[in-house]
Structure formats: C-alpha cells, structure tokens
Design a protein around this ligand. Structure first.
Ligand code: T1G
Length: 695
C-alpha cells in the first residue's frame, strides 16, 4: 500500500477528552507526515491549545508504528504548507503539556515531532532515530537542534551523522525519552500528561547545550567526513549539530532548513531515495504478483561450513525450523561451533538477549546424512563449489525427498540448470545465492532456470521478505549478476596493473570513488583461491585472443591466497595490510613479459575504466535478459558489492553522468583488450537514442 493518505479519510483525529486530549495520527502504513497529516496535526494542536476544557495533550499513532518520517514520496514535488518545522514549533509552543506515545519506529520527522513534545513515553521495543543522512539529507524539522538539547552534543553527533536508531531502553538512558511504557502505552502517556498539568513546561528548544572544545569538535567532524566515503550529508549534519551549542533554536533551525532544502535537491539524495524505494521495488517481479508461494517453515541445509552455518543462522533469526546435515561428526560439530560463536558474540555485544539466543539455538538441529531431511519443505545445499559434487548431491536428495520439496543451491557461479538436470524435479530447483556472511549480508540472488516453476520463484521472494533480505531474481549465466560484473572489473583492474598501476593505487582510487574496499583488498579478504579455481575451470574454453593476466595465478601458485595465508596482493603482519615489494616486483615483471612500458595512471583513469567495465557488462546482462530491469543490477551492485549507494548504482549514475563518455571508454578498451570487451548492444543503442535506464 502506498503511503499517500487514504481518500476521504482524515489522517489526524482530535479526541477532546478532558483533562487530557488525544491527537491520533492514522496514515497507514507508517504514519508518514504527508501534507494532510501536517495540516491535520497543526489544526488539532491549535484547537487543543485553545480549548479551555483541555489541560494536556497526548500525540499517538494508529497501527504498528509512530510517525516513521516525512513522506519521502513528496520530496520530488513542490513543498506544500504547512511545512513540518512550523507544525513542530506549534507543538512545542503549546501552552499545555504535550506527551508523545511511541510505538514501533519514531524516525526522521516522527522523532522530531517527539522531540518537540514536552515529554515522551515509549514501548520497550520501540526505537527512535534520525536516519535522514541515509537519504542524503539532514533532519529538516529541528532534529539537529533539539536532539543535542536532550542528549548532549556527542551522543547527538553519533545519532544524527550515523542515522542509527536507538532502542527505547538506550533512549531512556540518553534522556531522549522520559519513560518506558509498562503495558498500555496510551494510558501511560495519559498518566504522565496528567502529572505535568500545572507544572512548568519543559520545552526542549529552551534548553541549552554544553559546547565541545574546538579541537574535539573539528576532530569529530573530520572523522565523520572520512567515514562518509564521499557522501556529503553526514559532514553537513555534524556542522549543524555543533551549532546547537552556539545559536538560539530558531537561528539553528533556519540554518538547518537551508541545508535540508539544498540537499533535498542534490544528486546524492536523489540517488539514495532511488536506492530506498528500489530495494523494495525489486521484491515485486512483473508477472509474479498473483502467484502463490509455497508454504515454507522447515528448512534443511546440507553443509555446515562458513556458508551453511551462516544460512542456518539467517533462517533461525527469522523464526524457521532449521536442520543442518554434514557427512561427519567432526564437520558437524565444527559447524555447530560456528553457529554458537556467532550468537555468543551477539549476546556479548547486547545485540540479542540470552533468551533470544536460546530460542534461536533451539531452532537449529544437527544430523549426519541426508535421511533426516525427509520432513523439510526446502533443502539448501552449501557444499563444495564443484559441479559434479552438487549434481551428485541433488540426485541423492531427489531420490529421497517427497514431491514438492524445493531444492536450492547456494552456488556462486555454477550453472543451476545443470544441477537441476541431475534431478527428476527441475521445476522445483532454484538458486538461492547468499553472500558471506550469510546472516549479515542483505543481498540474495534468486537464480531461476528455464524450468524453475513460477511458484518456486515466488517462494524465493517470500523467503527473502521473511529473512529481511533484498532479493534480485536473475537467470543463469556464469556468475549470475554480481560475480559476473565483479569478474569483469577485476580483469580491467589487472590490466591497469600491467600498464603501470599498483594494487594499492587501484584500491585507493576505488575507495575514493566510494567503495568500502578496492578489488585487490576484497580479493585478499575472500581468498584468491576461489577465483583461481574458477579461472582453471574456464581455461579450456577461454578465447585465446582474450587479454589474460596471470599475476593472480602466480600469487596462488606461490600459496598466496590472501589474509588467510598471511599474504596475497598485500602482506599481512598482525592483521595489518601492507604493500608487499614482492608483489610490486611480480607486477613489474608481468609488464615486462607483456612488453608494456609502465606509466603513471591517474585515479580518474582508474575510476573511469572500472565504471565503463561495470556499465558495459551490466548492459550485456540486460541484453541477455538475465535480469528484467536496470534496477535489479543497481540493487545487486549496491547491496552485494559495495557500490556507493549515494551514487544510486552504476546504471542510475550512468543516466546522470551520460552514456557518451562511458561508451567512448568502452570502445577504447575494446580496441585494446580484445574479445569480451566489445560494447553491449543496449549501451550503443541507448547512447545513440539518448534513452535513459530510468526514464
Ligand atoms: N515515506 C514514504 N514511504 C515510506 C516511508 C516514508 N518515510 N517509510 C516507509 N515507506 C513505505 C515503503 O516504501 C513501503 O511502501 C511501506 O512504506 C512499508 O515500508 C523532515 C526529511 C519505517 C522502518 O527514512 O525505514 O523524515 O513498498 O517495507 O520493513 O527531517 O519503512 O509497501 O509501497 O520498509 O516494516 C525519514 C524510512 C524520512 C524511514 C518500516 N524516515 N522507512 O519498515 O516496512 S525523511 C525514514 C523505513 C524525514 C525530516 C526528514 C522503514 C520502516 P511499499 P517497509 P518495514
């Protein structure tokens, strides 16, 4: 359901009971402050203020959550009055005590409404936050000025620039809320409102803020900017929060509003809003909306390695009944230890309670052999990445599992059609490609073969929703979407090495672009041996004319698999990544063997060539109908491969940058690098017609 308020239904109701009136906001699904909500709230608070029978007010919300923010869908439109800051100022200026009753998530404008109330009561499971920076914005209705007045500058800097919500108990400790509800939230809020009748009003805006010394403040802003990796909102938010110590509320709010309006029309905010709605849009695949998913509650996992145990945790966290099987007691207990270790760490960090840990550990069973999987609705394999091993396993599972059980493979690269062909039920076979660590990474590639039944794909999408993952449905090709594009731009990165760059220079250029890590550092983390096995598998079919760089092979032949062996593209001393002269020598020797004269290569050239490789491969993936939409590629790259979300994904950004320069770069590479680098038809056609990926 969209957020726009329902036709003909007033989203704000004033119940003028005496002495405490109730203002109820009812704008499903998240009570966003649409124009109608803002107008209704302003009218209600003014009426309550002028009604002599009313001595106090409670603001509450219908449904599962307090106001979750401004209506993001309105941002592309001309702002309409009343503007939220004016509504919020009217709440704070009310002559009678106003108490917020908070359930669910009070976020953005919702948190700002709560901040302007004279007190706040929240359910223990509620959370409050100012996530605007995640949309490329800063709070635009007093959040940067009122939050520090309640919790102090340091806590406010952390919450506003990180966009992290805090659960109610932490909010209470910080002074962000006044009470935790002990049962009936509205009754508790009414009781507090009654207590405040006749008391001096505690207006947040009138409180002062202890300043930070200049040195601490500038160090914090510098740290925040560095962590933002090119996103501009966090740094601007930090500067506004610090103003709260020096300016009266309204002056600070004026500066805040100015920055908010500037950012709201910025390219970064447009990209982040695109990303926000995009990760929900991918859930809806054209042609599947009327297909009923199969009921899944009992899940089997074959393989208790890193991936298998991570997948088990993901399902246990989402309330499924899980059973992991292995071939030996040793492998099984190693997997059980991995699971226990993850939950121990989560309890130690306060992420989950011991009770939740017990519940989730109980949800995971362990057994030897596949015979204990007969009652499973879905079985996922996470065994060794070898086609014959997976085909043999699926043949065995197919023989013992009842009809209708879905068989899913977690393969990263292999042809799911060939795995399905080993069974008598190819319609029930699907790829569920999780990303490591599987209980953390949000992306899930759902790989459908030509035989996969529609309801099995729909089941994958429904599972993703329950797992709170972001699914992208794709068809079969080598590496599906993300790994296929990753392989392509890794190749271009290795060409750059031969032509004059060094691993740390390529990595630095891409980290400056906004990636959390460059491709060589990522490779060391993942392990060079995984890709080595793939290159060896593809060697017999590789086009001899293709420009092939063997530096990574030489590293692997020397046993340098990355962090796990203490050396890969870098050397690792006590976990610290260091440039290794031995690798520099290897790279230089490779240039020599290729007959290339090394030259200095700028960060711009590195970024331009990597972007061209990504966009061109993405266009090929679209041309081959591996995915249905440009959005599918952008979501994969942002949520699985660290493509900076403030750029909106490679194709959203290509619309902004323009396809001509990208195509020119692709053509240059095609001339230099040979087969596999020819321009994609979709890229050539769009560049010629001016068609956008997002019209
Ligand atoms: N505006 C418009 N639509 C919204 C929305 C919003 N703020 N929040 C959610 N939706 C839609 C969402 O697209 C989906 O629609 C449906 O609601 C259910 O959402 C002035 C300027 C609240 C934690 O950033 O984090 O306030 O796909 O699937 O998993 O300073 O939604 O069904 O058509 O995510 O239960 C700040 C964003 C805004 C919060 C609920 N607030 N929302 O998660 O449901 S800027 C935010 C969320 C602001 C002020 C500034 C989550 C949620 P559809 P959902 P959920």
């Amino acid at each position: 359901m969209t957020v726009a308020s329902r036709e003909g239904v007033d989203p704000v109701r004033l119940n003028s009971t005496s002495p405490v009136a109730l203002i109820e906001i009812d704008n499903p699904p998240v009570n966003a402050t649409s124009q109608a909500v803002r107008a209704g709230l302003l009218a209600a608070i003014r009426e309550a203020d002028s009604d002599p029978r009313i001595e106090a007010v409670v603001i509450a919300c219908a449904g599962k959550t307090f106001v979750a923010g401004a209506d993001i869908r309105e941002f592309g439109q001309v702002p309409r009055e009343p503007h939220l800051p004016d509504v919020i100022n009217a709440i704070e200026a009310c002559s009678k005590p106003v108490v917020a009753a908070i359930q669910g998530t009070a976020l953005g404008g919702g948190c700002e409404i709560a901040l302007a109330c004279h007190a706040r009561v929240a359910e223990p499971g509620a959370s409050l936050g100012l996530p605007e920076v995640k949309l490329g914005l800063v709070p635009g209705a007093g959040g940067t000025q009122r939050l520090p007045r309640l919790v102090g500058l340091e806590a406010a800097l952390d919450l506003v620039t990180g966009g992290r919500p805090v659960r109610a108990p932490e909010a209470l400790r910080l002074g962000l809320i006044d009470r935790l509800s002990s049962g009936d939230l509205r009754q508790d809020a009414m009781a507090l409102a009654r207590e405040l009748i006749g008391q001096p009003l505690r207006r947040t805006g009138e409180r002062s803020v202890a300043p930070l010394d200049a040195e601490t403040a500038s160090a914090k802003v510098a740290e925040i900017r560095k962590k933002a990796r090119g996103a501009e909102a966090p740094g601007k938010a930090a500067e506004l929060v610090l103003l709260a110590a020096n300016l009266p509320l309204q002056d600070g709010m004026a500066r805040e509003r100015e920055t908010f309006l500037e950012l709201r029309s910025s390219a970064q905010s447009a990209a982040l809003r695109h990303a926000f709605f995009g990760e929900r849009e991918v859930m809806r695949l054209p042609g599947l909306d009327s297909v009923e998913p199969r009921p899944i509650q009992k899940v089997g996992i074959v393989g208790a390695g890193t991936m298998g145990s991570g997948i088990a945790i993901a399902f246990a966290d989402a309330g499924f009944d899980v059973r992991i099987v292995e071939t030996s007691e040793q492998a099984l207990s190693a997997g059980q230890a991995r699971v226990t270790d993850v939950y121990d760490k989560q309890v130690a960090s306060g992420r989950i309670t011991p009770a939740a840990q017990d519940e989730r550990l109980k949800a995971i069973g362990y057994a030897i052999g596949t015979s204990s999987l007969l009652d499973r609705d879905l079985v996922i394999e996470a065994v060794f990445e070898d086609l014959e091993v997976k085909r043999a396993l699926f043949r065995d599972l197919d023989a013992i599992l009842p009809p209708g059980t879905i068989l899913a493979t977690n393969t990263s690269y292999l042809d799911v059609s060939l795995i399905a062909a080993a069974t008598s039920r190819p319609a029930d076979v699907v790829g569920l490609h999780f990303f490591s660590p599987a209980h953390v990474m949000k992306l899930l590639e759902i790989v459908r073969t030509d035989a996969t039944a529609a309801d099995v794909v729909a089941t994958g999408l429904a599972l993703a929703k329950r797992l709170r993952k972001i699914p992208v449905v794709c068809r079969v090709c080598d590496g599906f979407v993300g790994n296929r594009i990753l392989s392509r731009y890794r190749q271009q990165a290795e060409y750059l090495l031969e032509e004059g760059a060094l691993p740390h220079e390529v990595d630095a250029a891409l980290e400056a672009f906004g990636f959390p890590m460059g491709p060589f550092a990522v490779s060391d983390l993942a392990g060079l041996d995984i890709n080595w096995a793939r290159r060896k598998r593809l060697a017999p079919t590789r086009d001899p004319r293709e420009r092939y760089v063997d530096i990574a092979d030489r590293l692997c032949e020397a046993g340098r698999f990355g962090r796990k062996t203490g050396a890969g593209w870098y050397r690792y001393e006590d976990g610290k990544r260091e440039i290794d002269p031995a690798v520099t020598a290897l790279v230089e020797e490779s240039s020599q063997r290729r007959g290339l004269t090394r030259r200095a290569i700028s960060a711009d050239e590195i970024q331009s060539r990597i972007r061209a490789a990504i966009v061109n491969e993405a266009c090929k993936i679209l041309d081959e109908r591996i995915v249905e939409r440009p959005l599918d590629v952008d979501v994969v790259m942002m949520h699985g491969y660290g493509y900076p979300a403030w750029r909106g994904g490679p194709l959203f950004e290509a619309d902004r940058v323009g396809l001509q320069p990208i195509l020119a770069q692709v053509k240059e590479r095609a001339a230099q690098d040979g087969p596999g680098w020819e321009p994609a038809k979709g890229l050539v056609d769009r560049a010629a017609s001016g068609a956008k990926f997002y019209p």
